[in-house]
Design a protein around this ligand. Sequence first.
Ligand code: PRE
Length: 357
Amino acid sequence: MNDKLTPLREQIDAIDAQILDLLNQRAKVAQQVGHVKAETNAPVFRPEREAQVLRGVAERNPGPMGDTELQTIWREIMSACRSLEKRVTIAFLGPAGTYTEQAAYQQFGTAVDVLPCSSIDEVFRATEAGTAEFGVVPVENSTEGAIGRTLDLLLHTSLSISGEVSLAVRHSLLTGTGNMDGVTAICAHAQALAQCQIWLNNNYPDIERRAVSSNAEAARMARDDHSIAAIAGERAGVRYGLGTVKANIQDDPHNRTRFAVIGQLKAGPSGQDRTSLALAAPHKAGSIYRLLGSLARHNVSMTRFESRPARTGTWEYYFYVDVEGHVQDEGVAKALEELQGNAAFFKVLGSYPVSLT
Ligand SMILES: O=C(O)C(=O)C[C@]1(C(=O)O)C=C[C@@H](O)C=C1
């Protein structure tokens, strides 16, 4: 057994030495890139370039390693290289252990400083004030729909969306003991309670459900009080040392949440981009039809259309529209110019590379 292993491990050692050498060569080039950027005050984080590198890895991958695993490795390589140029600070909707934290690491890798915030408003404030270069906030959930507060704040912020992250959201029922003995309340964020309501009705119809500020907060409460069970992701369970009563209790097995990366940066075109817009239509017959007609005329595909009350008490709405392409793409630019002319309110929230997952 050992005789067979030894030469294979020697091969791995030799390959590791090459990988180590190559990684440091790459890091030195990144440092040079950093000096060039510093001379021109250019932004260090370039989401369009990172998206192209990650797509390129998957396109060139001959296997047997999986595309997703390689992209995870490359994300960390770029994160480490970027941190040699400059370490960025990322504000996110905390506390530690939330899906928003996971989304932040998914976008930036782990060689970043993080600033957990207690509300979506605080993420916007910290990023607008420059305490953090970027912020990560939830935008919509495939089961429960839009995160209203994020949409409201996007309307008037000076920040742009420079990235999106889509995560599969899996909820577990967690307790300090790993069972439900003595549990009198199930705590979670209101969204998570809603996403698991059928399962809860079928399995624990008589236990009180209590909405708290985040699933990670519920997990922290369950750690300290064994009469409380939490609904949260496994990540939060591990962080707070909880046992799993039941995994995957979300009613929709395809439950996903989409997050936006916000910051001063306007991402350049990556070749596979999305543009988010906020619009209001004038009070005239056919005005929405006219607005959307501009997109159709220039062959721009719409991937999302969402309305939200303008809160003026007059049944006016803001429309949140996502389209394929970048504001700098010719067709998109023409469509938006036309659309802007017909809109009562028009704002480009940002153009950014389409999420890998
Ligand atoms: O190409 C750049 O602009 C770099 O700074 C290098 C690099 C990388 O490691 O590949 C690092 C950070 C940027 O976000 C993009 C790419």
